[in-house]
Design a protein around this ligand. Sequence first.
Ligand code: ATP
Length: 382
Amino acid sequence: MKAKRKSAEGEIEREIAPFASDDESRIKEENIILKETVELMQRELESYRRSPFIVADVKSIIDGNAVIKLSNGSIFYVTFPPNLSIKAGDTVIVEQKNLSIIKKIPSSREFGVENFVIIEKPKISWSDVGGLEEQANELREVIEAPLKNPEIFRKIGITPPKGILLYGPPGTGKTLLAKAVASSTNATFIEIVSSELVQKFIGEGAKLVREIFELAKQKAPSIIFIDELDALASVRIDIGTSGEREVQRTFMQLLAEIDGFKPLGNVKIIGCTNRADLLDPAILRSGRLDRKIEIPNPNAGGRREILAIHTRSMNIRALNIDELVRITLGFSGAELQAACTEAGYFAIRAHRTFVTQEDFEKAVRKIKKGEEEGPDLHRIFG
Ligand code: ATP
């Protein structure tokens, strides 16, 4: 190739030169990529050889050293570099051999509690809740009044409950009521589902509870809504397994948090369960969720109101509401809502833009049938 390049024939030289420089640059590029790949693999290999660090919580600082607690519950007295500013409550990374603190995990990168709860400012008005007037009034007294006007309680000299328990069958509007009261007080609604809390955050439940209450204080006025409270606060006969102990620890933390805040502060708790009979009396003790409100399935008047709410934006022809109220005996609010949606689907299937009494009756029959047959496993498991 060199010989050809040196050739007197400028033609050939012009033809080859660009290819030669193309080849060179391609080889150079390939070389760079290969080098980078080797370096990356070496780094990765090194990271596999390195022993992991441990994450621990700082309990207290004593004489310039720290007392830390590991997730298995062991407590150690360890050193940390003087340029590191740490305090009780921080989460830190510690060396595996001597457990000395290497660095602090910034709180924003810690647990990220906001990723594990539902936080919203609901827009549910009292008029969206049907048939629960008495219960709504009680909620207003216990949650709304102290949040809106704590002064009056101070003047009269009574302390309102810190929280309440809503109990009753599924789909009766417990969440809806809690959201309505959050909405009317312009409070942040922080929802925790207890069963998820205890299943997903093994070893972290108690910490998560602490952080949720901290978050609620930051976002106050706020309402902490604890759904399926029984998953966390049931009476436990046997707490032998580590899972049970974990639930117990999380529950104890919940009690400690409730005890730790003031009744006239601007954080309130609403617990919710279908199984009030399972609850540990400790959660219902005075000063905790000591107001219990039953949310039953709606009676005829309630069903009428709920149907009115869920049909208000529907295009309906000749509805016999009395008949609907009659045939929906035993329906929950959620089932009544489902019947309205289902009736709409019957209209769509019949290529109509309005919904008839017959659509509603078919929908009610379908929901009753579904209830008798239980969940459709084919649909669930494909
Ligand atoms: P669960 O115990 O299963 O958590 P729940 O009692 O919290 O149920 P909700 O989630 O409040 O029930 O109700 C589900 C839906 O059913 C609501 O979003 C609402 O559309 C409808 N619904 C239930 N009860 C009522 C009611 N009293 N008034 C109007 N709508 C209702």
